[in-house]
Design a protein around this ligand. Sequence first.
Ligand code: UDP
Length: 384
Amino acid sequence: MDPARVMFVNHTSTVSGAELILADAVQPWAGATAFLFEDGPLNRALAARGLTVTRARRGGNLAALRRDSSPLRAAPLAARLAALTGEVAACARRHDVVYANSQKAFVLAALATTVVRRPLIWHLHDILDADHFGVLQRRLQVTLANARAAAVVVPSTAAARAFVAAGGSARIVRVVANGLDVTPDPRSRPVLRRDLGLPQALLVGVFSRLAHWKGQHVLLSALAGLPGVHALVAGAPLFGEDAYLRELEAQAVALGIADRVHFLGQRDDVPLLMQAVDAVVHPSIHPEPFGRTLVEAMLGGTPVVATRTGAAAEILEEGRAGLLVPPSDPAALVAALSGLLADPAAAAGQVAHARDRARTHYGVARMRGEIAALIGAVARGERP
Ligand code: UDP
């Protein structure tokens, strides 16, 4: 049987975690179509993986619609959305399966595939709870998912639970943990720091896009209680949270730690930077659906301190593969980091265990295989 003709749909072409996962997941589907609402780095990444990239004629600026916009605020866009849905439907007609990789893509694809009667998979990269989404948005998404999705792929049991708690049907949810590959660099930490131009000091780092819920401000508060420790803050405000960057810079000045906080902006060498620091901090204040950065640190051999929210506890095996602290608690973070930085040898066993765990459970090949099998099953009309 010929491989299924798959159409991948994503609303944004800015590359954050969900798009990095998509770029890795599509590997077995060279020749498939990627239908994107705008131009950007994702278009180039997917074209480089052999996909035919189609850019919507009426998709521009849809990404600027905020996650928490009410449907009413979006009403003036209705005509454009209808036209865009028509474009998605016309493209879907030429495919066997539609795979929506973002919420906005899923909503339009749900409507479009109803018209052209194609099966639909939704890769839900979010925690569908009140911390992240308004009630109307959650209701719209679970209603469409229950009515239209042959399968909803989520990256963790935390994300699966949130989907079901929001009213999503447990029957259609499939947990496919995100997968990553990192080859550790052979250079020692001091050599990496020298080569990367980083300070030769006790060094911790946070590696996420800048957004209040990612909790970079909690790390800065903790840093005030960790004399002599420097922090790398890698990442940019990818989705319009520029004010948060200014708040962080002002916070560093107000706390008198500006000389110890290094804002690096968006980087494409995060796994290397992580290997140069003594600890990777993952300070999210709301539940994370996954946390690629946790696995990148685990694979690279750097100890992790994360907040006990969302998927972190399952990825870090309830604390056996990394330290867990309560969210929004700088004092707890100070205590965890002081212990870790004072006795790095003590963390060595945990780091080795974390690397094994990441290789076993969170590799790319496994993720690709699971997603390809699911797409194949849906294309054959099977209920996965
Ligand atoms: N990242 C990056 N450059 C940066 C900061 C982060 O490439 O400057 C990457 C990071 O290495 C990780 C991804 O962005 O692979 C973030 O994924 P995660 O699941 O942690 O969070 P998301 O952005 O999906 O909420």
